[in-house]
Design a protein around this ligand. Structure first.
Ligand code: ZN
Length: 612
C-alpha cells in the first residue's frame, strides 16, 4: 500500500548487505552493561573521519509519542572524550543537554559516558540483573548536523544467554551490530536485551514477534490469537500492513501501565497479574489495539507540528485530539470488531469513558485544541487541581471522534464512517518520500484534517469544529446518539448530597484527594492534601463518607474538621444537590425502524440485543 514506507526497511537491509560504507562521518555506538545491578549502561560513541574543529553532542530532551520534556541528560554521568591516540580532548557544556568538544586536527573522536537506567516505563531506560531496555532518545547523543546520517549500534551483553531484540536490521558479519538509517530511526527502535521470551506469529503473510520480559498470569497462546484478530481488523480498516516485520515488546511489572508507539514496534507495560480478570484482559487488548493503530495514526499520518522532531525542545500541535483521541476511540471499537468483547463490553467501556469525561470539571475550562497544544505543561504535569482546569485530549478527542463517527454514519446511512476518514488520511498523508537520502513525512495541518473529515461527511463542519475544538461548549451526546435509537443517561448511585471532594486512605491517613472547583468544600476553604478527620465532631473515613452524608439534606451546613498543613480547622460546608457520577448509553423507549437500522448498520447487531 505504501511503497515509501515499505521500501524503507528494504533500503536499510540493502545498505547493510554490502560492505558498510558510511557517509562521512561514521557514527558508531557501543552499549555495554557489565554490571547490570548498578543500573548503568556504559556507552561508547566513536566518530570517524571527523573534519571539524568542534564537535557538538546533544542529548534529546524528550522522545516522540510522550509529550513531556523529560531531560534525559539528567541520567548521564562520567562523560569523557579522547582522540584516536587516546589523548583526552577538552570539552565544555553549552547547555543542559549540549556538550561541545574541541577537535582541531582530530579525525577520530571517542566519547565514553554512563547512563543511569532504573526507571521502568515505556519511554525511559531500565537495566537490572534480569534485562536491559533502552529508548534511543534516552541514551544516545545526536550530532546536530548529522541527524540524518546512519548510526550503528553494537550491543555487548553481560551474559552469553542474553539475547538482543530490536527492529533495527542486523549488520551481517558484525556480531550484535545494528544499523539505523538516521537518528529518528534509532530513537524509534527500542532495544530489549536479556532472557525474555520470544513468540513469532504471522498475519497476512507478515511476521510478528511478541517479546515478553518477566513473569505474570498470562496465556501467550490466547494473547497471540487475540493480537492476530486485532491486527487483522486494523489491516482491513487501512487496507494493508505497511511493514515486513512488527514487534510487540511487553514488560510485565507490579503495577505499571503504558504503551509507546513506534513505526515497526510498540513497547507495552502492564501489571503482571492483570490478565485473569476479563475486564483487565480486555483493557490490555485495548492497549494493544491502541499502540498498533498508532503505526498508522501518528507514526505515519503525522500532524504538521510533528513532521520533523525537535529533540531540543517541544513540538507543538493542536491535532493530538486526532492522533491520540481518535486512536483512543478506535481502541474501544477494534477489540469489539475483533470479537474480543461483545456489544455489552463495548458499551460498558464507552460508558466508563463518558463518565470520566462528564465528571471532569476541566472540560468546561480548557478547549480541546488548547489541551493538545499545552500537553507539555498540563496533561503530563498533573497536580491535585488538574481535573478542575484541564481536559485530556485523549478523552475529549475520543468523545469528539465518537460524535464525528455517528454524524457521518447517520448522514450516509452507514455507507460512510470515520473509517473512511482514516483511510483518506492514510492515502493523503501516510506516504512519505525519500529526499536527499532522508525520509520526509508529509504532515497534515488542522485545516487539512478538517477538510478530509468534511469531504467524508459531505458537509461543512466549521461550526462543529469551532464549538467542540475551540470552545468548551458541552458536547451534545443526545443529538448524535438519537439517530441510532440511543441517549445518554446520568445518575448518582450514592444518593447523597454533594460535599465537593473525594477522599482516600494514604499511609494510614484519610486524605482529601480532589476538591471540585467552586464546589461546597472549596468554597468552605478545604483543599486537596488536607487530612479528613470528622464531620459534625465525629470521626469519618473515606469509605463511609457517602453513607454519612445520607443523614443530611441538600442545603444543610455541616462542620468538616481537617488538618490543613498540620493546623486543625473546622469548616462549615453547605451541602449541594448531587451531580451525576455515572453515565450510561441507553436505548430510547420506542425506537423507530430507521433508528434500528442505523444501530444495526453501525454495530452489526440489532438494537434489541443491546438492552440497558
Ligand atoms: Zn496513544
Amino acid at each position: 500500500m505504501t511503497d515509501a514506507t515499505i521500501s524503507r526497511p528494504l533500503e536499510v537491509a540493502k545498505m547493510s548487505a554490502t560492505p558498510l560504507k558510511l557517509t562521512v562521518p561514521g557514527i558508531k555506538y557501543w552499549v555495554a552493561m557489565s554490571q547490570p545491578e548498578t543500573h548503568l549502561f556504559e556507552v561508547t560513541l566513536q566518530i570517524q573521519d571527523w573534519q571539524k574543529t568542534v564537535l557538538d553532542l546533544k542529548m534529546p530532551v524528550w522522545t516522540p509519542g510522550s509529550y513531556l520534556v523529560r531531560e534525559y541528560a539528567k541520567n548521564l554521568q562520567d562523560f569523557r572524550v579522547y582522540s584516536a591516540e587516546n589523548e583526552p580532548l577538552s570539552w565544555h557544556k553549552i547547555s543542559k543537554n549540549h556538550w561541545q568538544v574541541e577537535t582541531p586536527n582530530v579525525s577520530e573522536v571517542t566519547v565514553k559516558y554512563r547512563i543511569f537506567a532504573n526507571e521502568l516505563t515505556v519511554r525511559t531506560n531500565h537495566l537490572d540483573a534480569s534485562h536491559g531496555y533502552f529508548n534511543g532518545a534516552a541514551i544516545f547523543f545526536y550530532l546536530p548536523e548529522f541527524q540524518y546520517n546512519p548510526y550503528t549500534v553494537t550491543i555487548i551483553p553481560p551474559k552469553p544467554n542474553w539475547q538482543i531484540t530490536t527492529t533495527l536490521p542486523a549488520i551481517p558479519e558484525e556480531p550484535n551490530t545494528f544499523l539505523a538509517a538516521d537518528f529518528d530511526t534509532l530513537v524509534d527502535s527500542p532495544f530489549e536485551i536479556g532472557s525474555h521470551q520470544l513468540y513469532d506469529f504471522e498475519v497476512r503473510g507478515k511476521s510478528h514477534t511478541l517479546a515478553i520480559w518477566s513473569k505474570g498470569n498470562l496465556d501467550p497462546g490466547r494473547m497471540i490469537r487475540d493480537m492476530q484478530k486485532i491486527i487483522e481488523v486494523e489491516a482491513e480498516l487501512f487496507g494493508d500492513l505497511p511493514y515486513n516485520h512488527y514487534l510487540f515488546l511487553l514488560h510485565l511489572s507490579n503495577s505499571g501501565f503504558g504503551g509507546l508507539e513506534h513505526k515497526l514496534s510498540c513497547s507495552l507495560n502492564y501489571p503482571r497479574f492483570g490478565f485473569r480478570l476479563k475486564e483487565k484482559y480486555d483493557r490490555f487488548m485495548q492497549l494493544v489495539a491502541h499502540e498498533f493503530f498508532h503505526l498508522w495514526n501518528v507514526k505515519r499520518i503525522r500532524p504538521k507540528g510533528l513532521e520533523v522532531f525537535n529533540y531540543d525542545g517541544e513540538n507543538y500541535t493542536p491535532s493530538l485530539w486526532f492522533s491520540e483521541g481518535t486512536t483512543s476511540y478506535y481502541d474501544l471499537v477494534i477489540p469489539f470488531r475483533a470479537k474480543i468483547y461483545d456489544i455489552k463490553g463495548f458499551f460498558q467501556s464507552l460508558a466508563k469513558e463518558i463518565t470520566r469525561f462528564m465528571t471532569t470539571p476541566g472540560r468546561n475550562v480548557q478547549p480541546l485544541n488548547e489541551s493538545s497544544w499545552d500537553a507539555w505543561i498540563k496533561l503530563y504535569r498533573r497536580d491535585a487541581n488538574s481535573d478542575n482546569n484541564q481536559i485530556s485530549y485523549y478523552l475529549k478527542g475520543e468523545m469528539v471522534s465518537l460524535l464525528l463517527d455517528l454524524l457521518i454514519r447517520a448522514r450516509h446511512k452507514n455507507t460512510r464512517s470515520l473509517d473512511d476518514v482514516m483511510r483518506t488520511m492514510w492515502e493523503k498523508f501516510g506516504q512519505s518520500t525519500w529526499v536527499d537520502g532522508r525520509q520526509n513525512e508529509i504532515g497534515f495541518t488542522p485545516e487539512q484534517l478538517q477538510g478530509v473529515i468534511e469531504s467524508v461527511a459531505g458537509i461543512d463542519l466549521s461550526d462543529f469544529f469551532e464549538r467542540y475544538l475551540n470552545t468548551t461548549e458541552e458536547l451534545p451526546f443526545d443529538q448524535y446518539l438519537e439517530p441510532f435509537g440511543l441517549k445518554l443517561a446520568g445518575d448518582d448511585p450514592t444518593g447523597s448530597p454533594q460535599i465537593g471532594f473525594t477522599a482516600g486512605l494514604e499511609h494510614g491517613r484519610e486524605m482529601i484527594k480532589f476538591v471540585t472547583a467552586d464546589g461546597p468544600a472549596q468554597l468552605a476553604g478545604i483543599d486537596a492534601g488536607d487530612e479528613l478527620l470528622a464531620i459534625d465532631g465525629f470521626r469519618v473515613s473515606a469509605e463511609h463518607l457517602s453513607d454519612r452524608l445520607k443523614d443530611y439534606k441538600i442545603g444543610d451546613a455541616i462542620a468538616v474538621t481537617v488538618f490543613h498543613q498540620d493546623e486543625l480547622r473546622t469548616c462549615q460546608v453547605t451541602l449541594a444537590a448531587p451531580r451525576p457520577s455515572r453515565y450510561q448509553i441507553v436505548t430510547l423507549e420506542q425506537p423507530t425502524s430507521t433508528q434500528k437500522q442505523n444501530f444495526a448498520g453501525w454495530l452489526g447487531v440489532p438494537l434489541s440485543k443491546f438492552v440497558t
